[in-house]
Each structure stands twice: as structure tokens, then as C-alpha cells.
Write a protein that binds this ligand. Structure first.
Ligand code: TNX
Length: 740
């Protein structure tokens, strides 16, 4: 272990020498954190009596897992509150960070009581690279019996260290305590982002800021703000005011609001990278300035109109002028070094079917739309560079010879990380981290940013549901032979981003579609590559969710509001049903929703979360019961009885509400499966009910298969209301265990 740097003391230091009760040898006992395999039953707010979060060691709740953690050394009481003493002069930014810490601590541990405060000494070095990819994020945190010390290389490290300290706090019957421990920590990747798509569905400033608060607590440091797409352009432009006026008259951010969000993020160690997508995904721009579009405006009332299709005319000098002036204006609003210019999914017929563009292509020797796009991208990159920014683009831009410093964002499959870095581009990986695919946290968590074979349509999936237009699926296919990254390529991986495209995410759904899965990704982007124990992650996700909720996220509040809107005064059975179900995956929901538009966003599937904590807990318990832990029969019976009884209640509550009536078959299936589980626990004999249960399980397995890939979900039938039943593994385990 490296020696800790000596704290620098300044006139701001007011307290006596910090008493460190840990001996040097104790402090030296740093161990690389061992991930734990045991499945704990530590659900906060557990439905089961006698199982509570307070039995957890706080150190086991850290998320993301730090680089090194000492053996815990008991706890220190902090009932008298925590007092921060600055050993280096704090900037206003750090003072605000300290104030946030105090507020959050009170929210988690309650207000400070009598007794001496627990003193936290903080020191931070200067960092001129703060809020850049070169910023200093390292910190060391020691929490001893009488006080603590946080030493950071720069402001970002202080912010991270305070987030860690907050996760070391827990409440006990004797008051709040902090785990005594020593942590040395720094991120694996410098770029740990989250993409918010506010074009498809608008989120107010308050909602965006709540996500920024949550991001800070799990050490994410980039908000990739997707501000323009087919649906709307969401920023006030003063040079092109038609953009917001035509497409988002009362749902856009004023420039003052943008500055507010950027400052709010900067306070929390978060950079804001804006995206204005060109030349495709440009319907909003085309509606405001039709003369820039490659095709006549589509009839907006057309059913099933693909809002992603419209592209700008890259051969029109006015288009280039527009892009230059717009990026210039936006570049002054967003101080970050990077500006994302999109470049994804250009529909070639937008160009080839325009006679003037086709003639231009012929005259200039562009044989394909891709070649034309490459030329356009090169010009955009040069403009952005001339304006003092660095361009970012989706992996399509890497198919063209563009300047090496353009940052490429692989999204269609992991192989693009290999090809883009081979061409010398820095990359920020989003392939495998598409939260709008509604895959469970564990699936996304398994994807390593370095792995060129992690994500993509597999050969098995291709064989099962052969694509109608193979030429479109090729870029999305997993390359089983993709070479691994070499060291030079690895150096080009700046980091990664979780993306939440919002076609199917309205504002009240945002928090629960993002969290806790984004926290799992935060760990993937921060922690060491070998931190990958899924049961350990699944144990900590409810804990981090409790922290985020206590500090203001409001996911639960919005879920309740949505439940109540669907079944006013009688939403409990719907809450129970959506607790044990999860949404269909891989765009199956988008396909299912296509005919009804927004209706699916106020249907039960909107509140069913991709990770069901209740089901995860049940499945683990049922497995343990099957392994011989018969003491779990009682709690299991309680859960199953509740679900079995819920069916009749749900049917009653659904009367007259079409969205609820649509999922009655799912409620029946949950009831039937739960009764089968009860039969096992009650030692019921006979085989007819077993055969019924087996058939039902088969149907449900098929339902999962039908959205197991993007190809499957585009072709196969989906379950009613897009709801999958999440307790299948537990029911199977019980049935396999037989009558104990
Ligand atoms: C493709 S991801 C897109 C997005 C959509 C997403 C889901 C990317 C670079 N382009 O614009 O939201 O699919 O439909």
C-alpha cells in the first residue's frame, strides 16, 4: 500500500489533531475487496419479518465497489452528527458539496442528536483538469473511532469520497454509526456516462436534476444529453428559434435553464455533453426548416410514421451553414470539450430517392449514401474543431475516414469498439448498455467495456429468427471472431455510457427505468474488471435504491402516482402484480405499443420494472429451500399465498379499466403458479396440478424466449400487456424439490 500523503493544514483548520485510533498496522491491512458469493436476504423494506437492512455491514453496501477496502474494524457512533473540518481551503464548490453531504446524511441517519460531532477532516489538492477526462478522481477515506479523514487529489475525489462515506453510514437501534474502514479508490474509466433522451419524451429541469443527484452518489460523471431527434428539438436556439417553437413549444429548455443544469451538474462533478443529431434523426430540424431536408416533410398524421427517418440534405450549402451556426451557438452554451453530432441511422433512400442529391452523388463520385455521409461527417468534424470542441459520433461515423480525434460511440454491437479503436479513435462504449432494451441489471452488468464479443445478435438468435433484411442486421451482429483489444486499443477506451432512449419512457417512468440498473452500470464503469459477482450486485441494488430514494430520487412516489392513475383507490392488486412481473425486452414493447402510441405508457407494463426485487428475493429463497433450508417454508408460503390471493382481487380491480383487463391472463398465471408452489410446500399429492403447472411454465418460458433478442421481439407474439412473470425460477425450483 502507498503511504498516505500528509494532510496540509491551513488557517481554516480549527480542530485539534485528529485522533486516529487505528494503528498503522491496522491501516496497512488493505485487502483487495473480495466479492461475496453468498446470497444475503438483506432487502431494505423486506416483506419478511425479521429480515432487515440493519443486519448488513455497511461496507457490504458500497456501490460501486472501491478499488481497495481494508478489513472493517467495527463501527463508530455518529449520533452527534458529522462535522467537516477543511485541512485545505475549500472552494465554494466544495462547500456546497459539504452542504449536500450534510443534508443527505440527515435524510439517511436522521437529524444530529446530543453529543460530540464526529469530525471529518477533508483535504483536496488543486485540479486544473476538473471536469475533463484528465481530472483527478482519486481519494482515500479513513473512518476511525473518533473521526475520519478524506484525502483527495482534487475536487472530484472529495465528491466521490463523500458519496462513499454516506454509504458507510447506517442506522442501528442505538443511533447512527459509520463503518470503521480504510478505502483507497479511483475509477477504472474516466468517462462514466448516462444518456438521457429528452427529445422523445421531455423531462423537466427538476427531473433531470434529480437524476444528476443520483449520478453523483454512484460516481457517474457525464450526462450525455440527447436534445434533438425526430420528435422535438429541446433547447432554445436564438439563431434558429423555429426549432423549439415548431417542435416543442412549451417543452424545451431555455438557455438560462441549460446553464442552470450545466452548473448543477458541474457542482456534482458531472460534465454535460450535448447531442444534436445530424444528418439523420432530423425530423424536428426538418419541420422547422424544411428547406434543409432531403425529402418533403412526411404527413405527421400518418399512422406508424417512423419519426427517425428524416435526414438533412448534405449537398445543400445551407445545411452546412445551419450546422455550423447551430453548433456554434450550442457550443457557447455547453462548456464541455465534447459535442456529440449523432450520425446514426441515416436512411439511404432519403438521399438516393432525391434526384438532385442522386445527381450530386454521381457528379462527385459518391457511390453510396455511406460515402456521402462520410464526406459530410468530415466537414462537421472540422467545423466543430474550428469552434474549439471535439466531435463525438455514433459508430456509423467510424465507417468513414474521419479525423482520428473524433470520439466514436459503439452502440450496434461490441465489435465496433474493436474496429474504431483499431482505426485510432477514442471510444465511449454504449453497446451492451442500452437500458431501453429493458434487460435486467445483471445482463448489462456482465458486459465489459473492453470485450469486443460481449454484445450483439448471436448466431443462435439469427438462426432462430432469420432477419427479413439481413443487410440491416449485419452491423448489429455479434462477431464471434472479433479480436480482443490490444493494450494500445484499451488505452483509447475512455469509458462507457448507459443509454436510456425514451420512446417508451415518459417523465414519471424515468427514475424507475433508469435506477437501479444505472447504478449497476456505474459499478461496471468504476470498479475493477473482476468485480462481477451477480448475487452480490443483486443484494446491493435494493440497498443503493433505498439510499437514492432517501436522498430525493422519487421513483417510488412516481410509481404510486402511476398505479393510482390506472386504478384510482384500488391500486394495491396492480401493485402486487407488477411487483412480480417484468416488461418484455429488446424493443418488444416498442413493437407492441406501435398501434396505440402513448397508451402503453399508462398501462401496467409502465410500472413493471426490469429488475423485480421481490422476485429476485423469492427465487433465491426458493432455491435455498430446494437445497434443504426447510425453515424458509414459512416465509415462502406467505409470499405465495399473497400472490395466489391477489388474482381475484386484481380481477375485481380491473373491471372497466381496459389496460388492466388486458393483463388479467397474466394475473391468472401468477395465481396459478403461486398455487402450484403452495401445493409443493403443503405436500399435496397428485399429478394433474403438476402437469398444469408444467404447461404453464412452458408457456411462460416461451414468452421470455419471444423477446430474448431484437429479432425475436420483432417477429414473435408477445404476452398480454407485455408482462413477463419473474418468479418462474423460484416456482421451478420448488417443483423440482418435490414435497419436502
Ligand atoms: C436507435 S441508438 C437509435 C436511437 C433510438 C434507438 C431505439 C442510436 C444511436 N440510435 O435513436 O432511440 O435505436 O429505438
Amino acid at each position: 500500500m502507498r503511504a498516505l500523503p500528509r494532510p496540509i493544514r491551513t488557517e481554516i483548520h480549527t480542530q485539534g489533531q485528529l485522533q486516529m485510533t487505528q494503528t498503522a498496522s491496522q491501516r496497512g491491512r488493505i485487502v483487495r475487496r473480495r466479492v461475496r458469493g453468498a446470497v444475503g436476504l438483506l432487502l431494505a423494506g423486506s416483506v419478511l419479518a425479521g429480515i432487515s437492512a440493519s443486519t448488513a455491514r455497511a461496507e457490504e453496501s458500497l456501490l460501486p465497489v472501491p478499488q481497495s477496502v481494508s478489513v472493517p474494524n467495527g463501527v463508530a457512533p455518529i449520533g452527534g452528527g458529522v462535522q467537516i473540518v477543511w485541512d485545505t481551503r475549500p472552494s465554494p464548490l466544495l462547500q456546497r458539496a459539504a452542504a449536500r453531504f450534510a443534508t443527505r446524511l440527515a435524510a439517511i441517519a436522521g437529524p444530529a442528536g446530543q453529543g460530540d460531532p464526529y469530525v471529518l477532516h477533508v483535504s483536496a489538492g488543486p485540479d486544473r483538469a476538473y471536469l475533463s477526462v484528465d481530472e483527478k478522481e482519486r481519494y482515500a477515506l479513513t473512518t476511525a473511532a473518533k473521526g475520519a479523514r478524506l484525502e483527495a487529489d482534487g475536487p472530484a475525489g472529495v465528491i466521490h469520497g463523500l458519496a462513499t462515506l454516506l454509504q458507510l453510514v447506517r442506522t442501528t437501534p442505538d443511533g447512527a454509526v459509520v463503518e470503521r474502514i480504510h478505502i483507497e479508490d479511483a475509477p477504472r474509466f474516466a468517462w462514466r456516462g448516462l444518456l438521457l433522451d429528452v427529445s422523445r419524451h421531455f423531462d423537466t429541469v427538476e427531473t433531470v436534476e434529480r437524476q444528476l443527484d443520483a449520478m453523483e452518489l454512484v460516481k457517474l460523471n457525464v450526462l450525455h444529453w440527447h436534445l434533438s431527434d425526430g420528435t422535438a428539438f429541446r433547447v432554445e436556439s436564438r439563431t434558429y428559434p423555429q426549432l423549439q417553437a415548431m417542435t416543442a413549444p412549451d417543452q424545451y429548455y431555455t438557455q438560462a435553464q441549460v446553464r442552470e443544469v450545466v452548473a448543477y451538474a458541474a457542482d456534482r462533478g458531472i460534465r454535460v455533453v450535448p447531442e444534436f443529431d445530424v444528418p439523420g434523426h432530423a425530423l424536428a430540424i426538418a419541420r422547422a426548416y424544411p428547406e434543409l431536408a432531403a425529402q418533403p416533410l412526411p404527413d405527421m398524421s400518418t399512422k406508424g410514421l417512423n419519426l427517425n427517418n428524416a435526414a438533412l440534405d448534405p449537398t445543400n450549402p445551407q445545411t452546412l451553414r445551419f450546422v455550423r451556426v447551430l453548433y456554434g451557438e450550442m457550443g457557447r452554451l455547453f462548456p464541455d470539450r465534447y459535442i456529440h453530432a449523432g450520425g446514426d441511422e441515416v436512411v439511404s433512400s432519403q438521399w438516393t430517392k432525391n434526384p438532385a442529391i442522386a445527381a450530386y452523388m454521381k457528379a462527385h463520385g459518391y457511390e453510396t449514401a455511406e460515402a456521402l455521409q462520410a464526406a459530410f461527417t468530415g466537414q462537421v468534424a472540422a467545423m466543430i474543431a474550428a469552434q474549439g470542441h471535439v466531435m463525438m459520433g455514433w459508430d456509423e461515423v467510424s465507417e468513414a475516414p474521419i479525423p482520428k480525434n473524433v470520439v466514436v460511440e459503439p452502440w450496434r454491437a461490441s465489435k465496433w469498439t474493436g474496429s474504431a479503436t483499431r482505426a485510432g479513435h477514442p471510444v465511449v462504449v454504449s453497446a451492451g448498455y442500452y437500458l431501453d432494451l429493458l434487460r435486467p441489471a445483471a445482463t448489462h452488468y456482465a458486459v465489459d467495456p473492453f470485450d469486443t464479443r460481449a454484445d450483439g445478435i448471436t448466431p443462435e438468435q439469427l438462426a432462430k429468427f432469420p432477419p427479413k433484411h439481413p443487410e440491416f442486421s449485419v452491423p448489429f451482429e455479434l462477431d464471434v471472431n472479433a479480436p480482443p483489444l490490444d493494450d494500445a486499443q484499451k488505452k483509447l477506451v475512455l469509458g462507457a455510457e448507459g443509454t436510456l432512449w425514451a420512446e417508451m419512457v415518459s417523465e414519471p417512468m424515468l427514475a424507475s427505468r433508469l435506477w437501479p440498473r444505472m447504478a449497476a452500470l456505474a459499478e461496471r464503469f468504476w470498479s475493477a474488471q473482476d468485480v462481477r459477482d451477480v448475487p452480490d450486485l443483486e443484494r446491493r441494488l435494493p440497498v443503493v435504491m433505498t439510499e437514492l430514494e432517501a436522498t430525493g430520487l422519487q421513483a417510488t412516489q412516481h410509481r404510486h402516482a402511476m398505479l393510482e392513475a390506472m386504478a384510482p383507490g384500488r391500486s394495491e392488486p396492480l401493485a402486487v402484480l407488477t411487483d412480480v412481473t417484468v416488461p418484455v425486452r429488446n424493443y418488444a414493447l416498442n413493437h407492441l405499443a406501435a398501434p396505440t402510441g402513448e397508451a402503453m405508457l399508462s398501462a401496467p407494463v409502465a410500472v413493471a420494472e426490469p429488475d423485480s426485487f421481490v422476485a429476485t428475493q423469492f427465487n433465491a429463497m426458493a432455491e435455498r429451500y430446494a437445497q434443504g433450508e426447510t425453515a424458509l417454508a414459512g416465509p415462502l408460503r406467505q409470499m405465495l399465498q399473497r400472490w395466489a390471493d391477489n388474482d381475484a382481487a386484481f380481477v375485481t380491480s380491473a373491471k372497466g379499466a381496459p389496460a388492466l383487463e388486458a393483463v388479467v391472463p397474466v394475473s391468472h398465471a401468477v395465481g396459478q403458479l403461486s398455487r402450484a408452489g403452495l401445493n409443493v410446500l403443503n405436500g399435496r399429492s397428485g399429478s394433474a396440478w403438476r402437469m398444469d403447472a408444467a404447461r404453464l411454465l412452458q408457456d411462460q418460458d416461451a414468452a421470455f424466449e419471444n423477446s430474448a433478442s431484437m429479432l425475436a421481439s420483432a417477429h414473435a407474439p408477445q404476452p398480454p400487456g407485455g408482462l413477463l412473470i419473474a418468479i418462474l425460477p423460484g416456482i421451478k425450483a420448488l417443483l423440482a424439490a418435490g414435497g419436502r
